[in-house]
Design a protein around this ligand. Structure first.
Ligand code: MG
Length: 347
């Protein structure tokens, strides 16, 4: 992993175009990252060849990486730079949340086309979004790399490190037949908001209105409480859509599942749609970044954790030959196969 100070000098040596712009870009990232909240696990942040981390005694380290590619994960004409920065970090934080980890540090590698290097407004907005969420979640930006991109597309790659007490990290693989299936928060809002983005210049968002696609909230507090409870058998974050992520959980756990349509907690944006469209958004719309998890039926699950509502939406079943992996019980009680049909970004 390169450090901001070091690779830059290499990048400058090889870069013909606009070294001054690139250097200014780095200086801005470093200055702003240094102002962020400290995290006790981070012994040394930006400024040397490596960062130094010391996880709390008795904890294990969890690592996740995600890249956000312009044209695939975001569009500059739909997503504000603040939203791109926020979402870049939120995706990785949601993966830490889904395994019950507490974030320790983030590392950002950023390739910007010349047009974005020159546009200080874009980078400032991106950093506002990314560092604003980092501050709220107490995760310091501890290093990374940057380069001018020869293509016209922005690429932001984030690496996140977190920790969890040894043996408590939640996995996808522990679900058992008979367990109940739960989710946090509400579903379908991100897909409905994404579908509205091409039109969104026509409307303004009122303050306090949630924007589940543009500014998703990673469920770190809930994830840590679920991990500490010792009662959760399997967990995954809903990044690709409930139908797709539930199939991942079933596969890893070696079970089947049934979801009750009537039990699904719809986001207010989805609830406004006709019922079939609302259900499609909740079942297949991606990027809600809620947690989907299971626990034994005998365990009394709280109705909310860390201020986030918890809803029982179905149960796990034994695998049975000739049956489908995931079944949907419709509003009328009929059961149909639920094929994985999660959201594919911007396609
Ligand atoms: Mg995930």
């Amino acid at each position: 992993m390169g450090r901001y100070s070091e690779p830059v000098s290499h990048a400058l040596k090889s870069s013909k175009a606009n070294p001054a712009g690139e250097l200014a870009l780095l200086r801005r990232i470093c200055q702003r990252a240094a102002r962020g909240k400290k995290n006790l696990a981070l012994k040394l942040g930006i400024g040397d060849d490596c960062a130094i981390l010391a996880p709390p005694t008795g904890e294990e380290i969890l690592v996740t990486t995600d890249f956000s590619l312009e044209g695939r994960h975001f569009r500059r004409d739909w997503h504000s730079p603040e939203s791109v920065g926020h979402r870049t970090l939120a995706r990785g934080l949601s993966d830490l949340a889904s395994m019950g980890a507490k974030p320790m540090a983030a590392f950002l590698s950023l390739a910007l086309p010349l047009s974005a290097v020159k546009d200080s407004h874009w980078l400032d907005g991106f950093l506002d979004g990314l560092l604003g969420l980092a501050e709220a979640c107490r995760v310091p930006l501890a290093g990374g790399d940057t380069s001018e991109s020869p293509s016209e597309h922005i690429l932001a790659d984030i690496v996140l490190l977190g920790s969890a007490p040894a043996g408590t990290a939640l996995r996808r693989s522990g679900g058992r037949a008979g367990d109940l299936l739960y989710c946090t928060g509400t579903l379908g809002g991100a897909a409905v908001e994404l579908a509205s983005l091409p039109l969104s210049k026509l409307r303004t968002w009122s303050k306090g209105e949630t924007q589940p696609h543009l500014f998703p909230v990673p469920r770190l507090g809930v994830g840590q409480k679920l991990g500490q409870s010792g009662k959760v058998t399997a967990c995954i974050d809903i990044s690709d859509g409930l139908s797709t992520d539930l199939a991942h959980l079933c596969n890893a756990s070696g079970v089947f599942a049934e979801v009750e349509a009537a039990a699904l907690p719809l986001h207010p944006l989805a609830a406004k749609l006709p019922r079939p469209a609302a259900l499609a958004a909740a079942l297949h719309g991606g990027e809600d970044y809620e947690l989907l998890f299971t626990a034994a039926a005998a365990f009394r699950m709280p109705r909310s954790l860390a201020g986030v509502p918890i809803t029982r939406i179905g149960r796990l079943l034994p695998r049975r030959k000739g049956k489908s992996e995931v079944t949907l019980m419709s509003d009328d009680g009929a059961r149909r196969p639920l094929e994985p049909a999660g959201w594919e970004h911007l396609r």
